[in-house]
Design a protein around this ligand. Sequence first.
Ligand code: ADP
Length: 460
Amino acid sequence: MSKQENVDVLVIGGGGGAYPGAFRLAGAGYSVVMADPKGVLGGNCLYSGCVPSKTVREMSELISRARKLVGPLDFDFGKIQAHKDEVQEIRFRQHQDEIEESPGVTFYKGTVTLKGPAQAEIATEEGVVEVRARRTIVATGTEVSRAQFPGSEFCITSDDVFSYRPKLTKLPSELVIIGGGYIAFEVATMLGALGTKAHLLIRSDRALRGVDKRLVDSFLSALGGSVDIRFNSPILEVQRAGEGYRALFSEGGQKKELEADYVLEATGRHPVLPRGIEDLGLNLVKGYVQVDEAMQTNVKGVYAAGDVTGRTTYFHAAVRESLVAARNIMSGKPSDYLDVRSIPVSIFTFPPLAYVGITPEVAQGMGMQLLEASYPLKRDVMAQIFEERVGEVRIFVDKSNMRVVGGWVLGEEAPEVINLIALAAQAGLNIRALADFVGQHPVPFEDISYAARTLLRAPA
Ligand code: ADP
């Protein structure tokens, strides 16, 4: 028997683009229905993305550091994966508590099909729920893309490594990774630090597309050959080879092959759209739902947030977008906006890297003249403690007014350190504010002030 729901807002999905806005709206007295077939909140970030991959990464960092600084150390990769599952379970429960503490939100385990801008159906295990909603937030995210080549069905993906109760419970000794994006490099370096020999097959001559080339070059040289990177090496075929697999690829016009325990495909993600969306007349580009800075689509009453908008692929951006959509629903007109360029981005490799705002490549395109403030991590206390003496903190300043417009950090604690630069860029602070800021000693945060002071002492 079907059930009826008549609510203020329907939120489609249960990830970072969905639940923050749902809870915010419920807190303000709106009735909300939210649905996700996973039956748990957190979306792909928690189920198979940022949280589990960060768990494995941190375990990998602990083990590799201890090995380097203290001596040989045995570990069980199965236990690392079990710990990852436990972290996921803790967070699933935490979200369950949030649902229970928010009576204005009714959450269904099910898949939404749109029947119009204000009408939808949720297919649940117990039957169909018919929903009428004055407003809709589409937050259905993205999923792993699969390329088509002979033997592609033999490849694993990052989902097999990181999803809840994953397939990969034994550390591969050899791993071929197809792709040159952030997932490819994160997996290569985190498993590499544990002992896997990782080979990266990159189709083109460019790694980490979208990241400033200068930062990428510094990152690649910081890797110091720890990952076997093959540029201009498109995959041709994957075959079974005994217990493992053989990757056939072309390199410099020659056919080559590598054998490994697994071949992992990391060739990108694509948007997931609820069925029926095509009849709404939504503006889609390459399958991504187009929104303005207020997260409104071209269809009145329909908002979108998170990865499905194609603006960024980061959980923290999705959360803010979800809140922007909620605020604009509450105010009834656009009153909150998100400038995507102010969002810091981190890549959790070894060494990690992070960047924000206007970097030299972007500035060149804009005709903006930059001044650069930098500090090498070889002089940083933490980098010395952990013998990770590579990388730098670099801040970009608009030469015309000395305001901070962007920056990057390569090395120790980059994903933490970038935040202050991001705040400075968002707030349009003068570089002097960073020079005068008294950052905690002895952590890499203090390198920001050192860099700023160096620039002010010797302006270009
Ligand atoms: P974001 O961070 O942008 O919220 P995620 O990819 O992390 O994106 O999460 C999107 C969520 O949306 C996933 O958990 C997925 O199961 C869910 N989802 C996808 N399609 C539907 C649908 N038709 N109905 C309900 N939920 C959906």
